[in-house]
Ligand binder design. Structure first.
Ligand code: BGC
Length: 727
């Protein structure tokens, strides 16, 4: 109540209008969000309603016609702004990007920093819903302390293509993993009274020509894959908003796609929140009747559709008043439900040191050890010399680019000016967490020497004179572009070959936003995938190298063996001119990632779910029971000599006679040496069944369902079966 009153005063004062009486019924927190929204809509004028349906870009910007676009009055410089209704005590929407922390595009807020978390793939690799909740809460709390009340965070498209430039912002290739973690992230954020936005709805699986791309797929397949992930996340997290994508889906653009927005999202899933467009993703006023509720960054569209054209369509009767009220109601309902009216953001200092600890925790839990021949790692304590080579390891760790770019809180970032002389979103930014410094601190007994890797012969000379060589390799990836293939750029493969040729004890650290091709794999002793490890990444890598931390990450997406062994070996539409009408047939359907490899009967380089540890785990006492769904119980045992965390994975392998492979459960469990823990996993029935598109519902056939426990999707161990009833 006190919060509501404070907000009312501040936003009314800013607009120079009398504040509403605190007893206005829509400001009464005792009433339901639905009722409050209905009451507020009834009190609004048409102009006030139309104003909340149109969002502005909130960064200074030059329109293609040369007109400078200023930040709207009252906005915080960031991705977007939607005016409120001061007369009624309804605050503006202050929107910030936030996939990996509160973004600050092109330093639009000079000097403003935030905790730069590891890429979402690292979070996904932790297989830890609790960590996802903490990450969501951290970003929500920082956003709130900076005055924002809407996060454009909750990126969760399935990784269908290992070259998608935005996979680092997403949560991997499996619907259960991505949906479960995204739901927790949303809950974490919204517990801070900041609205979370899951995005990009849907099938924004490639960035190449994303604004013209028609993503084609069967409806049932989409329901059982990407849409299932969204369905699970929305159900668990209740996000206030969903952001529709740039691309088309089976013809219509996602932001005007009646089937996606009305039939699936709002009817079948009963989503009560609002659909906001991506920035520049609206193509007509009709999008309003096809389910879009709010035009974001309206200046970026061909024309500002939800301004005068929407008013004209209303006057002309093509958009009914009831629909306008519904659009407004959805926005207000979420504002009341998440608490941004009753608990407005309060500018506050942020405890960046405490938040850095979480960034470090995620990086440590998300790094995946892929190879460790003859237990080279953890590094022996008596090494005389360590060569650290390449990847700017003397300075920091790379971050992914695009709208998710965060300006780290722990020191000045390092910029490689790919985009030109002034800070540009194509630049490569490094977070200032030097792996070299961290290794020096972690291995004080060894001489740690650095070579920047520009000349393979010089790096090899250092490696030859050292006990071990740690080669850091990087690849920049970002929104707006796909990488053409999985190779490392700029001669880094040659660097690794040169070093490995002279030192068999070569360790490669991959810092990339996607799987990497490893033509040198047989010649190196160890490899770890560190993703973009965030602002504490250098420390996390060093901790794992020396064994201060036992690696526990598991791959959230498949690493292909070679370009030829994955679908669409050539990047679709590579080289198509900007604006060309292109399409991709996602013919794998619901068999995304590991499911496709299982169908083909081929083994990838590193399977989904794979990751090594410095200890060993065993499973026993498996019990499978059926009935309404599958319940599976088993023990996990640490049989090694050090403490560590395992992620046992439960896969469905046969469903009422239908062969399949689907992750239906997982649990991250930390065990001391010799410790045993009993785990019980209960499958969501949708993971066992199939989607009947004709009747628009999930079906479960009665029959025998078989499961196996796995260390990865390609390493299945004991199994069992039970009968599950039909629905
Ligand atoms: C991205 C969105 C982002 C928006 C606002 C778009 O380019 O696709 O994810 O939220 O910009 O910055």
């Amino acid at each position: 109540m006190r919060g509501a009153a404070a907000l009312v005063l501040s936003c009314a004062a800013a607009a120079g209008v009398a504040p509403p009486a605190a007893r206005e019924p829509w400001l009464d927190p005792q009433r339901s969000p639905e009722e409050r929204a209905t009451l507020a809509v009834a009190a609004m004028t048409l102009d006030e309603k139309l104003a909340v349906l149109r969002g502005s870009v909130a960064t200074p910007w030059t329109h293609p016609d040369g007109t400078p676009v200023l930040i709207p009055r009252g906005a915080i410089a960031a991705a977007g702004f939607v005016p409120g209704v001061p007369r009624l005590g309804l605050p503006p929407l202050y929107e910030t990007d936030a996939s990996l922390g509160v973004a600050n595009p092109n330093l639009v807020r000079p000097g403003d920093v935030a905790t730069a978390l590891p890429s979402s793939l690292a979070l996904a690799a932790s297989f830890d819903p609790r960590l996802a909740h903490q990450a969501g809460a951290l970003v929500g709390s920082e956003a709130r302390a900076k005055g924002f009340n809407v996060l454009l965070g909750g990126g969760m498209n399935l990784a269908r293509d290992p070259r998608n430039g935005r996979n680092f912002e997403y949560l991997g290739e499996d619907p259960w993993l991505a949906g479960r973690l995204a739901g927790e992230e949303v809950r974490g954020t919204q517990d801070e009274h900041v609205i979370s936005t899951v995005k990009h709805f849907a099938l924004n699986a490639n960035e190449t020509n994303r604004t013209t791309l028609d993503a084609r797929i069967g409806r049932r397949a989409l329901r059982e894959s990407d849409l299932l992930a969204f369905e699970l996340a929305i159900e668990a997290g209740h996000p206030g908003a969903v952001m529709c994508a740039y691309n088309r889906v089976n013809g219509p653009y996602a932001c005007g796609n009646r089937w996606l927005l009305i039939d699936v999202l709002k009817t079948d899933w009963h989503f009560p929140g609002w659909v906001m467009s991506d920035w520049g993703a609206v193509h007509g006023v009709d999008d309003a009747v096809n389910g879009l509720d709010q035009e974001s960054g309206a200046q970026l569209d061909e024309t500002e559709f939800f301004g005068a054209p929407l008013a004209a369509a209303l006057a002309g009767g093509t958009v009914p008043m009831g629909r306008i009220d519904d659009m407004v109601h959805r926005i207000l309902r979420s504002m009341f439900a998440v608490g941004i009216v009753d608990h407005p953001p309060v500018k506050a200092d942020i405890d960046y040191a405490a938040h850095a600890a979480l960034a470090l925790d995620i990086a440590r839990k998300g790094i995946v050890l892929l190879k460790n021949e003859r237990d080279l790692l953890p590094l022996a304590r008596d090494l005389k010399s360590i060569a650290v080579i390449g990847g700017y390891a003397n300075s920091g760790v790379p971050s992914g680019g695009g709208s998710a770019q965060v300006i780290p809180s722990n020191g000045p970032f390092i910029r490689i000016p790919e985009g030109g002389a002034t800070l540009n979103w194509r630049d490569v930014l490094f977070d200032p967490s030097s792996p070299l410094d961290a290794i020096r601190r972690a291995a004080p007994q060894s001489a740690v020497r650095y070579d920047d890797g520009s000349f393979p012969a010089r790096a090899a000379a250092l490696a030859a004179a050292s006990d071990v060589a740690v080669v850091f390799v990087t690849r920049h990836e970002q929104e707006g572009f796909d990488i053409p293939d999985l190779a490392l750029p700029a001669g880094q493969d040659g660097l690794i070959e040169a070093v490995a040729a002279v030192n068999p004890r070569t360790i490669v650290i991959l810092e990339a936003g996607n799987p990497v091709a490893m033509p040198w794999l047989d010649r190196v002793a160890a490899v770890m995938a560190a993703w973009y490890p965030g602002q504490e990444g250098g420390q996390a890598i060093a901790d794992i190298l020396v064994g201060a931390v036992n690696p526990s990450g598991r791959l959230p997406l498949t690493f292909p063996r070679a370009a030829g062994d994955f679908l669409r070996p050539t990047l679709p539409n590579l080289g198509a001119g900007e604006g060309a009408a292109v399409h991709v047939d996602y013919e794998e359907g619901a068999a995304v990632g590991y499911r496709w490899y299982a169908e083909q009967g081929t083994r990838p380089l590193f399977a989904f779910g794979f990751g090594l540890s410095y200890t060993r785990f065993a499973y026993d006492h498996l019990k499978v029971s059926g009935g309404g769904t599958l319940e599976v119980q088993f023990d996990v045992l640490n049989t090694g000599r050090v403490a560590g965390a395992d992620v046992p994975q439960l896969y469905l392998t046969s469903a009422a006679g239908r062969r399949t492979l689907r992750l239906i459960g997982f649990e991250r469990v930390t065990l001391e040496p010799g410790e045993r823990r009993t785990i019980t996993l209960t499958a969501d029935r949708r993971l066992l069944g199939w989607f009947d598109e004709e009747h628009r519902r999930w079906q479960l056939d009665r029959g025998v369902y078989q499961v196996r426990l796995g260390k990865s999707a390609a390493e299945l161990s004991m199994g069992g079966e039970a009968v599950v009833a039909a629905n």
